[in-house]
Design a binder for this molecule. Structure first.
Ligand SMILES: NC(=O)c1ccc[n+]([C@@H]2O[C@H](COP(=O)([O-])OP(=O)(O)OC[C@H]3O[C@@H](n4cnc5c(N)ncnc54)[C@H](OP(=O)(O)O)[C@@H]3O)[C@@H](O)[C@H]2O)c1
Length: 303
């Protein structure tokens, strides 16, 4: 019998990729959890072959139903002050449905109990609490999704500038497709990293000067990196209406990158998938030749 897998976050950046990787690469069609308001949208169409369960990360009959008979769960949620209560509600419901359930969770930069990054501390507390309840957990901790650079494309193309506030920090960025492929494989069980918490990276660490050079060669124009001053960046984020808790985390991300927290490359993607991770140069080539940029808002906005 193929495993029963629930993929959460289907409408976000990773969930759909994980669900499709399970179906298309492994022939295991998962069920997906989708917040009900999406299902009322005119452009909503059910994913092929997958059963859609309306629900959210809070104790409810809908969530219980979505978890009935499930062996493994993909868990992701946005950085938010309610992240702990949301993810732990899902974990508790999954455990109640099956005490042997395997949760594969996405954590992030600076996942440590003593982290200087609030969201990193939240992720670490969630991981610790899930494990302390005796729930089987594998946690993947990417530092930065390569696809975030999509939000730099317009500026690179029109003004020849990419902006960030990380000075000359190097970041071991990971392609969302590699994160999703890795999560899908871990959900199926039997990988060497199962039960552990591991950072997830591409095969090299890049500075924003390197990113600018890659945009230069793909766009065939000069692109340079402009480092943002922290107080200018903070003021611009306030002016843009970002909540204080989010501005604080964005500033903490920059500091953590400057301290090298995102710079160590590892071989987890290759270990799990048996192939090298996708490269940043390929991703930037793809971004520059695509007419459609990433939808949504930049998780690492510069002013
Ligand atoms: N972006 C990066 O570079 C990066 C790097 C490292 C780690 N991460 C980690 O990646 C995670 C995801 O971040 P993201 O912002 O990229 O996520 P995202 O794409 O916005 O996806 C979040 C998903 O969670 C769903 N969701 C939100 N609240 C929910 C609730 N109460 N109940 C059920 N589902 C809910 C969303 O559904 P709706 O569509 O209904 O809102 C969406 O499908 C974060 O934990 C972050 O720490 C991100």
């Amino acid at each position: 019998m193929p495993p029963e897998i629930l993929v959460c976050g289907y409408t976000g950046r990773l969930g759909k990729r994980v669900a499709c990787a399970l179906r298309d690469q492994h022939g295991v069609t998962p069920r997906v959890l989708v917040r009900p308001h999406h299902l009322q949208k005119e452009d909503w169409s059910d994913p092929q072959g997958m059963t859609v369960y309306p629900g959210a990360y809070s104790a409810s009959a809908e969530l219980t139903e979505s978890l009935s008979g499930v062996d493994a769960v993909f868990l992701v949620s946005p950085v938010h002050p309610d992240m702990q209560s949301r993810e732990l509600a899902l974990a508790e419901a999954a455990f109640a449905a099956n005490p042997n359930v395997h949760i594969v969770k996405i954590s992030g930069l600076g996942t440590r109990l003593d982290s200087i990054v609030d969201s990193g501390r939240w992720h670490a507390m969630i991981e610790q609490t899930i494990r302390s309840r005796g729930i089987h957990l594998s946690a993947l901790q990417p530092y930065f999704f390569m696809q975030n650079l999509s939000f730099q494309l317009e500026s690179a193309r029109t003004t020849g500038v990419v902006k960030a506030g990380v000075q000359d920090a190097r970041i071991a960025m990971a392609d969302e497709r590699d994160i999703a492929d890795t999560a899908a494989r871990v959900l199926l069980g039997g990988t060497a990293i199962e039960g552990t918490s591991v950072p997830l990276t591409g095969s090299a660490a890049y500075s924003y000067a390197d990113v600018a050079d890659l945009f230069s060669s793909s766009l065939k124009r000069r692109v340079r990196y402009v480092d943002q001053n922290p107080s200018d960046m903070q003021a611009a984020l306030q002016k843009a209406g970002q909540p204080d808790w989010h501005i604080q985390i964005l500033m903490q991300f920059n500091l953590a990158f400057q301290r090298g927290w995102g710079s160590t490359v590892n071989s987890v993607v290759e270990q799990v998938l048996g192939r090298a991770p996708r490269s940043l140069s390929t991703l930037i080539e793809e971004l520059c030749s695509s007419p459609v940029g990433l939808q949504g808002s930049d998780p690492f906005p510069a002013s």
